[in-house]
Design a protein around this ligand. Structure first.
Ligand SMILES: NC(=O)c1ccc[n+]([C@@H]2O[C@H](COP(=O)([O-])OP(=O)(O)OC[C@H]3O[C@@H](n4cnc5c(N)ncnc54)[C@H](OP(=O)(O)O)[C@@H]3O)[C@@H](O)[C@H]2O)c1
Length: 246
C-alpha cells in the first residue's frame, strides 16, 4: 500500500474532490482526517470509510477551529504526513461589481485560511522531518477567464504559496505541490453542468473530449502524497484534459 502508516488531513473532505482523495488515500492504507463545516457530509464519508478516520467539524476561517483540527489530529494519530488544502469557494461576478465583502470572503477561504492552516501544520512536519502538502488550486490560477477575477487571484496566489513552501521547507523533507483542475463534476459545478449549450461550447476547449471526475484529481493527489514523488516539489500540475495546452 502506497500510504501505509501515514496520516492525511484533508480540508473539505466530505464532498467532491476532497472526498475522492479521502477514498483513494484510505484505500492505500492512510489514516484520514476529514475537515469541513457540514457535519452530515463528514459523517457520510467517515461511515463509508469505516476505520482509520477522524472527522473534525469546523470552519476554515476560524483560527480556533484550525488549532483544534491540528490538536485532535495529533492526539488521535500523532503525525501529519500529508496535508491536502482542498476546501474552497467558487463564485463569479464582473470585477467592477465585486464588493469588498465578496472579495474578502473569497480570499479568506481560498488563500488566507490555507496560509493559516499550513502555518499550523508546518511545525509538526518540521519535527517529523517529512511531509507532503498538496494544494487544490485551479487552471484559473494559471490562466484567467472573465467574471471570476477574485477566484482567479486567489488560486494564482495559492500556486505562489505552494512554491514558497517548497523553497523554504525542502531542507526539512517537506514538499509542496499544486494541482490545477479543469472543470470537474462536483457540487461546485452542478449548476453549470445543467447548461447543455454552454457545456457543448466548453467541451471544445478540452482536447480529451470530456470534463473531469473527482477521481482524476484524487489520482494526481495520491502521486504527490506518496513517496513516489519524493523528488517532486514546487510544481504546478494541470489536471485538465489538455485545456491549458492551447
Ligand atoms: N469542481 C471544479 O471544477 C474545480 C475546478 C478547479 C478547482 N476546484 C477546487 O477544488 C476544491 C474542491 O472543490 P469541489 O469541486 O470538490 O467542490 P465541493 O464539493 O463544493 O467542495 C468544497 C469543499 O470545501 C469545503 N469548504 C468550503 N468552505 C469551507 C470553510 N469555510 N471551512 C471548511 N470547509 C469549507 C466544503 O465543505 P463544507 O461546505 O461542509 O464546509 C466542501 O467540502 C476547491 O478548492 C475548488 O476551488 C474545483
Amino acid at each position: 500500500m502506497r500510504l501505509a502508516n501515514k496520516t492525511a488531513l484533508i480540508t473539505g473532505g466530505g464532498s467532491g474532490i476532497g472526498k475522492a482523495c479521502a477514498r483513494a488515500f484510505h484505500r492505500e492504507g492512510a489514516n484520514v482526517v476529514l475537515f469541513g463545516r457540514r457535519k452530515h457530509k463528514l459523517e457520510e464519508t467517515a461511515r463509508e470509510l469505516g476505520s482509520r478516520v477522524l472527522m473534525v467539524q469546523g470552519d476554515m476561517i476560524r483560527g480556533d477551529d484550525l488549532d483544534r483540527l491540528v490538536q485532535e489530529t495529533r492526539s488521535t494519530f500523532q503525525r501529519i504526513d500529508i496535508l491536502v488544502n482542498n476546501a474552497g469557494l467558487f463564485r463569479g461576478a464582473p470585477l467592477h461589481e465585486i464588493s469588498d465583502e465578496q472579495y474578502d470572503e473569497m480570499m479568506n477561504i481560498n488563500m488566507r485560511a490555507v496560509f493559516q492552516l499550513t502555518r499550523r501544520v508546518l511545525p509538526v512536519m518540521m519535527e517529523q522531518k517529512s511531509g507532503s502538502i498538496v494544494h487544490i488550486s485551479s487552471i484559473l490560477g494559471i490562466i484567467a477567464v472573465p467574471q471570476v477575477a477574485a477566484y482567479n487571484v486567489s488560486k494564482g496566489a495559492l500556486n505562489q504559496l505552494s512554491r514558497s513552501i517548497a523553497v523554504e521547507y525542502g531542507g526539512y523533507g517537506i514538499r509542496s505541490n499544486s494541482i490545477c483542475p479543469g472543470l470537474i463534476e462536483t457540487d461546485m459545478t452542478a449548476d453549470l453542468m445543467k447548461d447543455e449549450a454552454l457545456l457543448q461550447e466548453w467541451r471544445k476547449d478540452y482536447p480529451i473530449g470530456r470534463f473531469g471526475k473527482p477521481d482524476d484529481v484524487a489520482n494526481a493527489c495520491l502521486f504527490f502524497a506518496s513517496d513516489e514523488s519524493s523528488f517532486v516539489t514546487g510544481t504546478v500540475l494541470p489536471v485538465d484534459g489538455g485545456f491549458t495546452a492551447h
